[in-house]
Design a protein around this ligand. Sequence first.
Ligand code: SF4
Ligand code: SF4
Length: 370
Amino acid sequence: MIDAHGLQCLIDALSQDGRRVVGPTVRDEAIVYDDIAGLGSLPRGWTDRQEAGRYALERREDEACFGYVVGPHSWKKFLFPPVETLWKARREDDGTMAVSRPERPADRFAFIGVRACEIEAIAIQDRVFEQGPYTDTAYAARRSDAFIVAVNCGQAGGTCFCVSMETGPRATHGFDLALTEMIEGAEHRFLVEIGSEEGRSVMAQVPHVRADEARIGAASAIVERTAAQMGRHLDTDGLKELLQGNLEHPRWDDVADRCLTCANCTMVCPTCFCSTVEDHSDLANREAERVRKWDSCFTMDFSYIHGGSVRASTASRYRQWMTHKLANWIDQFGTSGCVGCGRCITWCPVGIDLTQEAAAIRATPGEGRS
Ligand code: SF4
Ligand code: SF4
């Protein structure tokens, strides 16, 4: 076990190892992920309240460092940055072209406060970027040396459904260290579970004491209580077949009447990986660069193919997103594309909730079929 001083020592040890330490902090009235220097950067004493289309920070009655759920950011913004230069070209005076690739980032990340559902989301992006026929070398370089400090959830949010997706709230793998935050009166401690040899070697530099059975049991009870608090539920039984068999269901038109095609849901989703490329050149036509940017299946341009978009209607775009995420992803990658973090529900400006949309189709399967 470690106390708050031990947590600071852990952050210091990772920083002194040359890592870029990233974790939760309060900014713009939300808990976001950014570079942190220590305990003072963490959202100590803050929690979040989430519902469909709603997010608010509130003070807690204690000084918990991880007493919130998940915010609008996910770790993908570090491993798969929103904007990335792929190559640059320069026309030399003699008319030849010099093409160069940007130097690969030197960042050795340490992520502090990764939730169980987020570990699963990173694993999904690993499948996309590293385990398919082509490897995204920039992603692989950032991912290969990332040190993960997971935090088991001590509370569930109003839009969470990780229990339905079997992705949380306890981190069971994919971490170097996993913390469970425990506050009992004036005592503020973290149970630490070691998940890798690197995690063990970092912990050797951090003052700690051996946890007794009572503390281990109390930490398990915290996570079990969280599992019982889920704000949402998604019935995944036969969901792939249900969605794939209801492509003409009238519910797609119903959701299209509400959906703004703003793409918020895809931007906040920790597993969405779609991107586009743009070519830019200077006015003198001497320098050019190709840039990769996050894109979304909700934009008209995303499915534009010589002459028009193949998904011109809002209904077709929402259907594409939800059926890909919850059904076709399983055919493609062998797993659901959803980890139940609830971000797409919280950050949808009109509060569209994919668990409700799936339930509505389940309630009236076969409608709309000719
Ligand atoms: S689809 Fe929604 S709930 Fe599922 S992982 Fe993406 S943001 Fe989270
Ligand atoms: S479902 Fe909500 S967040 Fe997603 S595109 Fe539609 S309005 Fe935007």
